[in-house]
Design a protein around this ligand. Structure first.
Ligand code: TGC
Ligand code: FAD
Length: 387
């Protein structure tokens, strides 16, 4: 019998097309050769590696599943694999690509006018124009229907006032997709960040996603031309549809983080000798490792099936909630357990688990907290809205 790959126990790779495998391998190469040598220092310094943006763009990873406008037009499984490989390096790198692709380019592609698509998407695919997505507000992100940021019509313009909180890429963005209450319901605006009255400030002293930019946005009578309003989005459905795209990517990303943790822990427990035998020779340790293999395999199967459903146009948002909940919880628990198995070494940035563990505390909170996704699934099962 041939030996199984400990990080792919069900040979998921065999289920991928040649193109999907090739994409995964090229992103994996970028991660190993270019990202991983930089990431621990970036995390330590609290710095996003902006110097990687041109290479990320050259690989076609920005807006990769969109058609036209300089985008690669890949399928959803390929987008998932991209997220998985990037998050094998760091959740911050995957976050950057999620926000640019699913939260900024997707709404322009799906809800924008032809002029907006032509004006913004090619530069965004090339990594020359960075976007951020402003939905969450300081008084409570789980309930975006209660947003206070508002836009008032003034001739051919809109006047925007309010604030957004916890915004990835905020201070490096050239445009912000801002969701605001209007007389005609919630609408989305492409706000140029050099507009008068717009301010972005970095949130400091984060203990999670340190290799990512997280900001607050302020709008003080910002004048936005009506030409920058997304004409195809009315109501909360607009931003929630963007979240479905990004959450889908997040069902794959944490698998990469979990794989990175398990891989390092397998090496560590094989090499480390305690009580005259390798740590991996203890039943108590093998039980932990086997359980990690089980949980990673289940997450891989879930993500792949979800991706195939999405590519067939059959994916339901509740299925995304189920997978986001399961796969982030899986990765967070595995990162914490790997940190423990590494003993004292596990608390340093020399090994990956503590960095992934800290990052995953954000991943389990953003794009809908674990509780929100549990309640979405509960609502589906019972028909009762418990929010
Ligand atoms: P509800 O009444 O359920 O729905 C309002 C309308 O939206 C539709 N809808 C969806 N459409 C697409 N995808 C989804 N996932 C959708 N969920 C709902 C729904 O059909 C309805 O349409 P219509 O036509 O009937 O009007 O809305 P609700 O107010 O009860 O809220 C439901 C709830 C709690 C699930 C929602 O508010 C929610 O998801 N809250 C969590 C908010 C959240 O996830 N924020 C994330 C902010 S962005 C972020 O975190 C980026 S991190 C980026 C990174 O760095 O990776
Ligand atoms: P709250 O909504 O105040 O929730 C607090 C607690 O209450 C949570 O545990 C929650 O699960 C629980 N809770 C809420 N409602 C219920 C209920 N009905 N029943 C039981 N428990 C409940 N947002 C953006 O718009 N754009 C971004 O780019 C972005 N990037 C982010 C990056 C980072 C690093 C982080 C940490 C967040 C980011 N967010 C972004 C915000 C993120 O989406 C919110 O943090 C998240 O939606 C939760 O909102 P909140 O932090 O206000 O918590």
């Amino acid at each position: 019998m041939s030996k199984l790959d400990p990080l792919d126990l069900y040979n998921i790779s065999d289920e991928l097309s040649d193109e999907e495998r090739m994409i995964r391998e090229s992103v994996a190469r970028f991660v190993d050769e270019r990202a991983l040598p930089l990431i621990p220092e970036c995390f330590d310094a609290g710095r996003f590696p902006e110097e990687l943006i041109p290479e990320i763009a050259d690989l076609g990873l920005l807006g990769s599943s969109l058609e036209g406008y300089g985008c690669a037009g890949l399928n959803s499984v390929s987008y998932g694999l991209i997220c998985q490989e990037l998050e094998r390096a760091d959740s911050g790198l995957r976050s950057f690509v999620s926000v640019q692709s699913s939260l900024c380019m997707y709404p322009i592609h799906a809800f924008g006018s032809e002029a907006q698509r032509e004006a913004w998407l090619p530069g965004m695919a090339a990594g020359e124009i960075i976007g951020c997505f402003g939905l969450t507000e300081p008084h409570g992100g789980s309930d975006p229907a209660n947003m206070k940021t508002h836009a008032r019509r003034d001739g051919d313009d809109w006047i925007l006032n309010g604030a957004k909180m916890w915004i990835t890429n905020g201070t490096i963005a050239k445009i912000a997709i801002v969701w605001a209450r209007t007389e005609d319901g919630i609408q989305g605006f492409i706000v140029e960040t050099d507009s008068k009255g717009f301010e972005a400030r970095d949130i400091k002293a984060k203990m999670s996603l340190r290799a990512s930019v997280t900001s607050e946005l302020y709008f003080d009578n910002v004048r936005v031309p009506d030409a920058n309003r997304l004409p195809g989005a009315k109501g909360l459905k607009g931003p929630l549809s963007c979240l479905t795209q990004a959450r889908y990517g997040i069902t794959w990303g944490p698998i990469g983080a979990a794989i990175a943790c398990l891989s390092e822990t397998l090496d560590y427990t094989a090499d480390r000798e305690l009580f005259k035998r390798p740590l991996a020779a203890n039943q108590a340790v093998q039980l932990k490792l086997a359980d990690m293999g089980r949980r990673i395999t289940l997450a891989q199967l879930m993500a792949l099936h979800l991706g195939r459903l999405k590519d067939a146009g059959k994916m339901h948002p509740t299925q995304v909630s189920l997978a986001k909940w399961n796969n982030v919880r899986m990765a967070l628990d595995i990162a914490r357990e790997c940190r423990d198995v590494l003993g004292g070494s596990g608390i340093t940035l020399e090994y990956v688990p503590i960095r992934h563990m800290l990052n995953l505390e954000s991943v389990i909170t953003y794009e809908g907290t674990e509780t929100i996704h549990q309640l979405v699934v509960g609502r589906e099962l019972t028909g009762i809205n418990a929010f």
